[in-house]
Write a protein that binds this ligand. Structure first.
Ligand code: PLP
Ligand SMILES: N[C@@H](CCOP(=O)(O)O)C(=O)O
Length: 500
């Protein structure tokens, strides 16, 4: 069963929690108890393929789904030619003890596909299980990648509508084009005059507005989420930690049971939290290294125990991590406070009212023992892209470059020599301008169109542009609406044709 981190919501099955998205008390759903993966299953994982590994993990959490339901959801998500790598999430050896877990081989070239190809299937199955006939309206706040992956995953899925809100000037050109050209009959995309936090706060307000929800219900609509606040987004992300480990044992780069570090470029804290669940389940993870850009709210929290969003918001070369309110930290705090919803509620209400909260020294030490943290500037990010390409011939996108550099700094400062698995979250082509200018200097972009830059990068790194990105040049723009964050509820009503 799933409970709210704030303790004032009914316990739900996983199907109910996935359909609902966020708990009605404003909290996030978490498993009441965490499953453990026994050693035998862990060993068995090594000889399984990605789909089989996914079923083995999902089964432990989604206990109200049958094995055949999970197999069918997983086959639909990861089967066929949806992913450009047959391994789905391949692990690439870059040096003797640094590996890249490439999570960007899906249809939208970012790690969000790992969950958003599966979530629509889990949700459709959930709606049948719980006999829900309302149309599900999926609200998405995005700093660039979740939005496109949600649009692609939910496109024309029965009984669903999708509305995506992205920061007007806060995503890369390719990310924007991916969203504004999206086809499908059940979706809408809006630019928000603000940053990602404004969009995410706007969405959370809509979720928590009882009168608004009642009006939707009267029109046979119900809200849900495709962000990582939805448990159905998070659980598929646990799978690739197990899969990466199994691959490294299978290829004999590590021995079974050996401790490894995962280094995760972090924003909303969903990806790294999935790694935490994998560790709690028994995967031999030494550290989960939290890597940030200059929006370094998490680095400061992990150093001091004070989470303060009272700081300047920076627009960086890794825009998908330009986030100051990391939603999933709430789930970690719940687990690290020994499941104390009253403490979590107090922290979250302080964050709302005062803009900050502080955990105890004891809690901080427990968190620090698992999550070392660091951040790098834009200048260091582009220097890292250049250095890694020149030294190893490996091309990093700016988010993955942040993780790479934080990993290098961590190793130098601590002497921890465990193998580092860098979680590679996006294809370099999604951030072609930054990557090309990192490799060839800013002059390489002078008077060059987005698509010329894509082709130049492809030529330089001798890798074809992913077909879905190349074809953006010829797709018509279908979504041009812009709104203020405070107008988001009205925008949703207009899109659903609900009268005031
Ligand atoms: C490319 C990329 N890297 C890293 C992140 C940060 O991941 P998370 O929000 O799960 O911490 C995001 C956005 O979520 C992203 O799109
Ligand atoms: N970086 C994300 C921000 C939202 O994160 P999510 O994991 O909660 O969906 C994005 O690309 O939109």
């Amino acid at each position: 069963m799933y409970v709210s981190t704030r303790g004032a919501a009914e316990k739900l099955t996983s199907a109910q929690a996935i359909a609902q998205g966020i708990a009605p008390d404003g909290g996030l759903f978490v498993p009441e108890s965490l499953p453990v993966m026994d050693e035998q299953t862990l060993k068995r994982m090594i000889s399984l393929n990605y789909q089989e590994r996914a079923v083995a993990v999902l089964q432990l959490f989604l206990t109200d789904y049958s094995e055949s339901e999970l197999k069918s959801c997983v086959a639909g998500a990861y089967g066929g030619d949806k992913f450009s790598s047959s391994a789905v999430a391949p692990v690439v050896k870059v040096t003797d003890d640094v590996f890249a877990l490439e999570l960007w081989h899906g249809p939208t070239s970012a790690f969000k596909d790992m969950a958003l190809q599966l979530l629509p299937r889990l949700l459709s199955c959930a709606l049948k299980k719980i006999d829900e006939h309302a149309e599900i309206v999926i609200l998405v706040a995005t700093s660039g990648d979740t939005g496109k992956a949600a649009l692609e995953g939910f496109k024309d899925v029965d009984q669903t509508r999708v509305m995506v809100f992205y920061p007007e000037n806060g995503v890369s050109q390719i990310q924007r084009l991916q969203m504004v050209t999206q086809q499908g009959n059940n979706l809408a995309v809006f630019a928000v005059k603000g940053n990602f936090d404004d969009a995410q706060t706007g969405v959370k307000h809509i979720f928590n507005d009882n009168a608004f929800n009642a009006q939707l219900a009267a029109n046979s609509f119900k809200l849900s989420s495709a962000n990582s606040i939805n448990w159905g987004r998070l659980v598929p992300q646990i799978v690739y930690y197990f899969s990466a480990y199994a691959d490294l044992v299978q290829s004999k780069h590590i021995s079974a049971g050996q401790q490894v570090n995962f280094v995760v470029p972090t924003g909303n804290f969903g990806n790294i939290l999935a790694g935490y669940y994998a560790k709690r389940m028994g995967l031999p993870i030494n550290k989960l290294i939290c890597a940030s850009n200059s929006n370094n709210v998490l680095t400061d929290f992990l150093a001091t125990g004070v989470y303060s969003r009272k700081r300047e918001f920076h627009k960086t070369y890794s825009p998908s991590m330009d986030i100051l309110i990391s939603s999933n930290l709430e789930r970690l705090l719940y687990h690290m406070s020994n499941n104390a919803p009253s403490e979590v509620s107090r922290w979250m209400s302080e964050l709302n009212s005062k803009g900050e909260y502080q955990v105890s020294d004891e809690q901080l030490q427990a968190i620090q023992a698992i999550f070392p943290a660091g951040w790098v500037s834009d200048t260091q990010t582009v220097a890292t892209i250049d250095k890694v390409y020149k030294e190893y011939g490996y091309t990093l996108d700016p988010h993955t470059a942040v993780a790479w550099q934080v990993a290098e700094n961590y190793r130098r400062e601590t002497g921890d020599s465990s193998p580092n698995i860098i979680v590679a979250t996006a294809s370099p082509f999604k951030f072609n301008d930054t990557v090309l200018s990192a490799l060839q200097g800013t002059d390489s972009l002078a008077a060059v169109s987005e698509f010329t830059a894509l082709n130049k990068l492809a030529e330089l790194i001798d890798t074809p542009v992913p077909a879905a990105l190349a074809e953006l040049e010829h797709l018509p723009v279908r979504h041009t609406s812009v709104c203020n964050p405070k107008d988001m509820p009205g925008v949703v009503k207009v899109a659903l044709k609900i009268a005031e």
